[in-house]
Design a protein around this ligand. Sequence first.
Ligand code: ZN
Length: 363
Amino acid sequence: MRVICAHCGREFPWEATRFRCDCGGPLEVAGAPAFDPAQVDPGDFTLWRYRHALPMPKDARPVTLGEGMTPLVEAEWDGLRLRFKCESLNPTGSFKDRGTAVLVTALAAAGAESVVEDSSGNAGSSLAAYAARAGLRATIYVPAHASPAKKAQISAYGAQLVSVPGPRAAAAEAVLEAASKGAIYASHVYHPLIHHGMKTVAFELWEQLGRRAPDAVVLPVGHGSLLLGLAMGFGELLAAGCIRRVPRFYGVQAAACAPLAAAWERGAEEPEPVSEGETVAEGVRIAAPVRGREILAAVRASGGALVAVPDEETLRARERLAHRGFYIEPTSAVAVAALDRLRERLTGTVVAILTGNGLKHSG
Ligand SMILES: [Zn+2]
């Protein structure tokens, strides 16, 4: 397996310790396998039914907790007909499990014995669980302000939890320091295999909708791994002749920390870092998204948009959604809160992705 820098184009053989280019740029897998509908394994009810389309070291054995194949549930929101993709029902309660399963499978196959990650909670819980499943030691750097429920979940899996005071970015700096000393950084932000795990959401939506694409997908965006994964997955479906066009992506941020929505407003190709404001949507509290340029380009190419919603609307949407039987964390509720302001543009088959479980958030 080889990887290529998204910024400078330099190519490297993939190694467990390489999570980014020497220039600092994020990596993509070079020559990843193509999606082929004939090779979907109909007897496997996890994301590994798409194994043929996942780049992997040879002879890798899946590290799995049964992730993927989450329900797609029909619903209605103030007269808008849509479907919720319940990623909150993955093994650790968030969509992150898709990327983690694929990444930990590759790292375990490469002989890794320990991994580190920085996280506001969900990626950390996910890595802690899959590391436990694979028999790897995990150390997770978490901002001190992360939800107590998420910190408890990380510790419960047996991972070492390092609580880092200050903004979310301080935890990112702490893990980069550990990586510079040789730790294997299982990064949800940098590592290119994460997006290949996330792209399986697109394949599932295609199957669950009767082998067609939705017209619009609404989802929260922080570092954008899910959005970039969806763009990759629908791109592969398009290339395979399975769909006629990629859905419009509507990425939603929290108004207190919305570098991508601000760049979208300006028509910019790259986000400017913003100050990291307080928000209930801790999972998308990302002031400087590493793949910001790629996210803006993917949304633009799809004909979608990036928007931001204030916390009051997020909390109201979370409560109203719970009153309809869907219990999700505030970070996920930003996507639902945006449905009202996006309503005019949400035509055809609409999917909103519920990314994280309400049980993960105390209060
Ligand atoms: Zn580079």
